[in-house]
Design a protein around this ligand. Structure first.
Ligand code: UT7
Length: 324
């Protein structure tokens, strides 16, 4: 059985936060941000908006693109690290918002690698024959967890959501995947408080324990290794050579990370899709939004082989080879 993506959609909030805006908020410059990361601007959700609101817009767009009704969805997988709330799952809130009345629903926590983890999970449900249509969301409203006085993190992230319908396909589809993790590096990229171990107290608020903290340099090096290794493994599994790849769609965290991965994989620049200048790192949505835009900009077409590559807090990583 061939399983693949039959519909795609994404949504980003309208509000734009530029590097010039950030210059007024923290001790940074547009020049530093562009040369060290490649990012020029990012989208930020309005107060009161939740991840499920962004996800619902992306989901409805993907359903329209797939040409199916929400009632045809059997399972909703919401890959997010920024759920609307601890309980219930964002997938359940979303299931109701979009009218996916016949769907089971659960959240998947794999940070910035969530979309690829979600696709791999969805593939198993369809391949086993248990479900026909699975809706996979990569959605994060990471601005809620950013310390807007910390210049080392606040310049990097943005909000967004993207969705894919995963179903049986007649040709092409998912050729292979490789996902992995290494929890020994958990502390390198974390939000330490607000969970069961360190619930919210006045002290956790005072010490900024509810904000994202990152050891940027170390994450950088491990991101290059994790993404490159998982792409190599996925290509080998599919018996696809790097030169057969028409479009490489990486997690959009930092242009220098993407360049380093491309160099290790000997992928020419013109095959790499980059949109981080507009959105920054949108976490689980990042690779998914890039996939939507690469397709709409004609970077690949039916029958072409493409690769998705992701990396995130955990640490986790995942790559997928797809024939479109
Ligand atoms: O989704 C996956 C998770 N995230 C990532 O993949 C991000 C991985 N890491 C990175 O992208 C990079 O490490 C950063 C962009 C976060 C930082 O770039 P870097 O080249 O590793 O810079 P650095 O942390 O080594 O800092 C260099 C200098 C420091 O000053 P000193 O100590 O050399 O005087 C920082 O204080 O740059 C300073 N700095 C800044 N300066 C201006 C850090 N942030 C800023 C800033 N503006 N926003």
């Amino acid at each position: 059985m061939r399983v693949g993506i039959t519909g795609l959609g994404f949504y980003v909030p309208e509000k734009i936060l530029t590097n010039q805006d950030l210059e007024k908020m923290v001790d940074t410059t547009d020049e530093w941000i562009r040369t060290r990361t490649g990012i020029s601007e990012r989208r930020i959700a309005e107060k009161g908006v939740g991840t499920s609101d962004l996800a619902a817009k992306a989901a409805l767009s993907a359903l329209k693109n797939a040409g199916i009704d929400a009632t045809a969805i059997d399972l909703v997988i919401a890959a997010t690290s920024t759920p609307d709330m601890p309980l219930p799952s964002t997938a359940c809130i979303l299931q109701h918002k979009i009218g996916a009345k016949n769907a089971a629903a659960f959240d998947l926590a794999a940070a910035c690698a969530g979309f690829v983890y979600g696709l791999v999970t969805a593939e198993q449900f369809v391949r086993s024959g248990m479900y026909q249509n699975v809706l996979v969301l990569g959605a994060d409203l990471i601005s809620s967890y950013i310390d807007w006085t910390d210049r080392s993190t606040c310049i990097l992230f943005g909000d967004g959501a993207a969705a894919a319908v995963v179903s049986q396909v007649k040709s092409g589809g998912f050729l292979s995947s490789s996902i992995g993790s290494d929890g020994q590096y958990a502390e390198l990229l974390t939000i330490t408080c607000g969970g069961s171990k360190n619930p919210a107290t006045p002290d956790t608020v005072k010490t900024k324990g509810h904000y994202l903290q990152m050891s940027g340099g170390e994450v950088f090096k491990l991101a290059v290794r994790g993404m490159s290794d998982s792409v190599e493994k996925a290509l080998a599994k599919a018996n696809v050579k790097p030169e057969e790849i028409v479009c490489f769609v990486p997690h959009q965290a930092n242009l220098r990370i993407i360049d380093a991965v491309a160099e290790r994989l000997h992928l020419p620049k013109e095959k790499i899709f980059i949109n981080l200048q507009k959105y920054g790192n949108t976490s689980a949505a990042s690779c998914a939004i890039a996939l939507c835009e690469a397709l709409s900009q004609g970077k690949f077409k039916k029958g072409d082989k493409i690769v998705l590559a992701t990396f995130g807090s955990g640490l986790v990583w995942g790559a997928m080879v797809i024939e479109w």
